[in-house]
Ligand binder design. Structure first.
Ligand code: PDD
Length: 296
């Protein structure tokens, strides 16, 4: 089991010690980059098509040209996974605006730099899915569309880092951020769902959030199970009064939240709808592993 890093400057997968980036790279200097995090299941990419689509949307959103076709990126990621030879991989695809003079002017950058980091997939322990995590609705706000557009997955994560720091300082394990209007937007690195009266609610895209790929899959799974799903405005007090709360992301899947702002969500146990969706998402991943996940 290994970590391998593809760098476009080298043109091949490298060992981590060899995989070094210029101090003039704008990803390093300014977070001037876009990225995707995904995983494999049974060696197959999970939702690669949707991740590549979003990578392109993010790049277009910051005026960065992606000098690769999807097939080229898939080949590079596949080769890096093969070199790492892990049973299953955590994959991070990063595209930076490249190196340039020490000026923020995007026109002074050179060629975009592609980096693909592959390491062994390590998911939270099963016990955590049984007990659920604690989260805090933090003071740090989710920037609006005209600030650091949250619908773009850029390398600038300082806002999420500060939100998580605030949550940790308050003895919570994860952070939930609101937008400037006070509505619940998303987690530091996840989307938020709540269950109330058997209905599944999640903040609408208009709230200002990343259109999580797991969020989309979970909405599809919930609907296919006959659950009513509502993409809407959720205020913090509604979330605190929910029957169930959970977070979604590519690596963690469906993660129950059983404590919110230091108080138990309902009775503090993982609720039945969360359990159902957690299992449905695991089955979805298992289907990908068996090669029955459809085109990815
Ligand atoms: N984060 N919102 C934010 C701000 C995120 O960073 C992420 C993902 C999500 C969930 O998106 P998806 O379901 O497509 O993973 C929502 C990844 C896991 C990361 O930063 O590594």
């Amino acid at each position: 089991m290994a970590i391998k890093v593809y760098m476009s400057t080298a043109g091949r997968p490298l060992d981590p010690a060899e995989a070094t980036i210029s101090v003039f790279d704008r990803g390093f200097l300014y977070g001037d980059s876009v990225y995707e995090t995904l995983r494999t299941a049974g060696g197959a990419f999970v939702d690669m098509r949707r991740h590549l689509e979003r990578l392109r949307t993010s790049a277009a959103g910051i005026g960065l040209e992606v000098p690769y076709t999807d097939q080229e990126i898939r080949r590079i990621v596949r080769e890096t996974c093969e070199a790492a030879a892990n049973p299953d991989s955590y994959i991070r695809i990063v595209l930076t605006r490249g190196t340039g003079a020490l000026m923020i002017d995007p026109r002074v950058s050179g060629d975009p730099q592609l980096v693909v980091i592959v390491k062994v997939l390590k998911q939270p322990p099963l016990a955590l899915y049984e007990r659920g995590i604690s989260a805090a609705i933090v003071d740090v706000l989710k920037p609006g569309r005209r600030q650091l557009d949250p619908s773009l997955k850029t390398g600038n994560y300082l806002n999420s880092i500060l939100a998580l720091q605030e949550a940790i300082d308050g003895d919570a394990e994860d952070a939930i951020l609101c937008n400037a209007a006070g509505a619940v937007a998303e987690g530091a690195t996840s989307n938020v769902f709540m269950v109330s009266g058997g209905r599944v609610l999640t903040p609408s895209f208009e709230t200002g959030l990343l259109k999580g790929i797991t969020r989309t899959v979970v909405v599809e799974l919930a609907e296919s199970q006959g659950l009513e799903v509502l993409e809407t405005t959720i205020m913090p007090d509604q979330l605190r009064a929910a029957d169930e709360v959970f977070l979604t992301s590519s690596v963690r899947g469906v993660m129950p939240v059983t404590r919110l702002d230091g108080v138990a969500v309902k009775d503090g146990a993982v609720g039945p709808v969360t359990r159902r969706l957690l299992h449905a998402y695991r089955e979805y991943i298992d289907a990908v592993a068996r090669g029955e996940g459809g085109p990815s």
